[in-house]
Design a protein around this ligand. Structure first.
Ligand SMILES: Nc1nc2c(c(=O)[nH]1)N=C([C@H](O)[C@H](O)COP(=O)(O)OP(=O)(O)OP(=O)(O)O)CN2
Length: 364
């Protein structure tokens, strides 16, 4: 599959709203408020930014300018039915950026809607449960063979065609479908549950899919976060895992004009997410060990962390797009299952380099 470079940006806004189309008695019919977050993913022409390396910054500024009109407002004065879906439409119509692939609105930490250009909505809802597990088939010295536990997180994703509807399914419907699984999984040892005798993230995402897909035909992905830095998506066919790492680095954007602060030496706390697609190892119950991804990537990580990025050999500019390409060139041979790299220089703002399926976006 050919390589695609997408730029991403995210920005918060605080607003009040009520959703008058919801049934009588629904809590969201009452006036309430959210710390919203808007996000955009765009395939930008290379000459759109004012100088090479400025695309992430320009997209972020465009998004901030757009949502400024929503910040500290009563959204019903701007949009009669301010569902996440309609807010995403509103932003998409006003955002002055080319090549927009999707616009998302996250109304709470745990739910949101991403809208693509064809008014197809991707709804997601996150849940959390606390559980113990061990992986019985790993080698004797592997730490995950010992009984341990996690605050697992699960995201249910639903894809719907919206046409001219104000909203897709109510997030509460996803919560109601999840509730029986929460009862089974929360404060449990996963190995004791039928079908989860080898409870890797992959097996767990498959188990959840099998349980929910018959009741929820629009279920498109199940995401399991095993830890804050690693997890798995399953769509009924493919397993996609990711492993995140953070690095702290300095840079200057040499192409920035005189007077632009990015020309000065500065720095970021970067978030790097490596995505891999691979078949399941039926004995181990996983695709690729998260620990192996981290270990194999470590030599490249050591070049990035606590270094000056624009001094790295072979890197002309240290903007997120150039960095993702530089990282791919250094790691792809050693991690052949790798098919996407996300790199954020500030929360939700950066680039995605993808040469496989794009897969679902994760919340910021
Ligand atoms: N593909 C999979 N790999 C691993 C799984 C899994 O389910 N699928 N599970 C484990 C362990 O259970 C482990 O608890 C989580 O792994 P890891 O990300 O390596 O955890 P760390 O706490 O070491 O994470 P760092 O943030 O990198 O310190 C292992 N692999």
């Amino acid at each position: 599959m050919s390589e695609r470079l997408l730029h991403v940006a995210a920005a918060p806004f605080e607003a009040a709203c009520h959703i008058p189309i919801l049934p009588e008695g629904h809590r969201s019919r009452r006036l309430h408020g959210h710390s919203f977050r808007a996000r955009v993913r765009a395939d930008l022409p290379s000459d759109w930014a004012p100088f090479p390396g400025a695309a992430t910054g320009r997209l972020t500024e465009a998004l901030k300018e757009c949502i400024d009109a929503l910040d500290y407002r009563n959204l019903n004065e701007i949009l009669p039915v301010p569902t996440d879906e309609n807010l995403a439409r509103w932003v998409r119509a006003r955002l002055t950026a080319p090549g927009i692939e999707s616009v998302g609105i996250q109304s709470t930490h745990d739910q949101g809607a991403d809208l693509d250009g064809a008014d197809h909505v991707h709804l997601w809802h996150r849940f959390r449960f606390e559980a113990a597990h061990c992986l019985p088939n790993v080698p004797a010295d592997h730490p995950c063979g010992r009984l341990h536990g996690h605050g697992f997180e699960v995201i249910l994703h639903a894809d719907q065609t919206l046409a001219d509807e104000d909203m897709g399914m109510d997030f509460d419907r996803l919560a109601a479908l999840w509730a029986p699984l929460q009862t089974e999984l929360h404060y449990a040892c996963l190995n004791d549950i039928a079908g989860l005798e080898n409870p890797t993230s992959e097996r767990l995402s498959h188990w959840i899919w099998q349980r929910l897909k018959p009741e929820l035909p629009v279920l498109s992905w199940v995401t399991v976060y095993e830890t804050a830095t690693a997890g798995c998506h399953y769509d009924g066919t493919h397993y996609r895992i990711w492993k995140e790492q953070r690095f702290e680095s300095a840079l200057r954007l040499v192409a920035a004009p005189d007077g632009d602060p990015r020309r000065r030496l500065h720095g970021h706390s970067y978030l790097l997410r490596l995505h891999l697609t691979a078949p399941l190892d039926t004995v181990l119950g996983w695709t690729v060990d998260y620990g192996d991804v981290k270990r194999i990537f470590n030599p490249v990580y050591q070049l990035l962390d606590h270094h000056r990025l624009d001094a790295l050999p072979g890197l002309d500019a240290a903007d997120p797009g150039s960095l993702t390409r530089w990282i791919r060139a250094r790691i792809a041979d050693d991690l052949p299952q790798l098919d996407r790299i996300d790199l954020h220089e500030t929360p939700g703002c950066g680039a995605t380099l993808c040469w496989g399926e794009l897969g679902p976006a994760l919340p910021t």
